[in-house]
Ligand binder design. Structure first.
Ligand code: C2E
Ligand code: MG
Ligand code: MG
Ligand code: MG
Length: 270
């Protein structure tokens, strides 16, 4: 422990901070081991059209703890991003999701499902990201149009010239692109004009209360009309009730995702 000399009482080895740091480093070690031994699983949540027909799924990662418990990505993705572990993990997600698409090609109903894959900022910013996507597509030999990459708004604004160039390259591979959690970032209309993406995904925070909350309803309407103006499809996430589904349909939202249609589930359970 740091000794206090009376003048300067900053304690570098605060036992509380020490404990947090130890927990973090043990968590990091666990994550490293989990990546090495592939202790992750992708769950899939349906995305539906206005007739409630499934058109695709979003792949959502879970960590399988040794006791069989499934750990939410909110609990480990931030640490993976901070430590760089998101690179090998993101590579695994790409491979696993594309292998799943390949597997579903033998299923009459599921062969047309598009799989949406979440991409983190660090992953996207890597020099070899496009190449990684391209190689994974090539090795699984699936139709690229069955893959949608979900990018966040903040990722797109960070270094916009570079991001726009990367998006062009990804589009040339034939994959679709979606802007996840749309409305929570700060993209300008000027920027959107140049953004060659296929889909805007309305953040669930706006969907949650838009039936009662006038400003949330306005935001939802605005996003749908932005989508129309820029020729992008719009999907709402976090749809939990029939009322939300009906009202979103009236607002001419194209696609819907949420507990009302199905919770994320293992590949053989959906
Ligand atoms: P996201 O991409 O915005 O995913 C939507 C989250 O909302 C998911 O949480 C999903 O299970 C949850 N959700 C879906 N429908 C409903 C609903 O009707 N009501 C409510 N309250 N929630 C709903 P999940 O699976 O815990 O994932 C959380 C976040 O973790 C994701 O947010 C995404 O940012 C990140 N994530 C998940 N999988 C991956 C991955 O493979 N790679 C990366 N980089 N991030 C991932
Ligand atoms: Mg997502
Ligand atoms: Mg989202
Ligand atoms: Mg979200």
């Amino acid at each position: 422990t740091a000794k206090s000399d009376g003048r300067n009482t900053i304690r570098f080895f605060d036992p509380h901070i020490q404990k947090i740091m130890e927990e973090k480093s043990s968590m990091l070690q666990q994550l490293r081991d989990a990546i090495d031994s592939e202790q992750f699983v992708l769950f899939y949540q349906p995305q539906v059209d206005a007739n409630a027909n499934v058109t695709g799924v979003e792949a959502l990662i879970r960590l399988k703890a040794t006791n069989g418990e499934l750990i939410s990505p909110m609990q480990f993705i931030p640490l993976c991003e901070e430590s760089g572990l998101i690179i090998p993990l993101g590579d695994w997600v790409l491979k696993e999701a594309m292998a799943q698409v390949k597997y579903w090609q033998n299923d009459v109903e599921k062969s047309t499902w598009r799989v949406s894959i979440n991409v983190s900022t660090k992953q996207f910013e890597r020099e070899d990201f496009v190449e990684t996507v391209q190689k994974t597509l090539a090795s699984t030999q699936i139709n690229p149009s069955l893959i949608c990459l979900e990018l966040t708004e903040s990722l797109l604004i960070r270094d916009s010239a570079k991001a726009l160039a990367k998006i062009r390259e990804l589009k040339m591979l034939g994959v679709s692109l979606s802007v996840d959690d749309f409305g929570t970032g700060y993209s300008s209309l000027q920027y959107l004009k140049h953004l060659n993406v296929d889909e805007l995904k309305i953040d669930q925070s706006f969907v949650r209360d838009f039936i009662l909350n006038r400003s949330d309803a306005l935001i939802v309407e605005t996003i749908i009309s932005i989508g129309k103006s820029f020729n992008m499809e719009v999907i709402a996430e976090g749809v939990e009730t029939k009322e939300q589904f009906e009202l979103l349909k009236e607002m001419e939202c194209h696609y819907f995702q949420g507990y009302f249609f199905g919770k994320p589930a293992a590949f053989d359970a959906i």
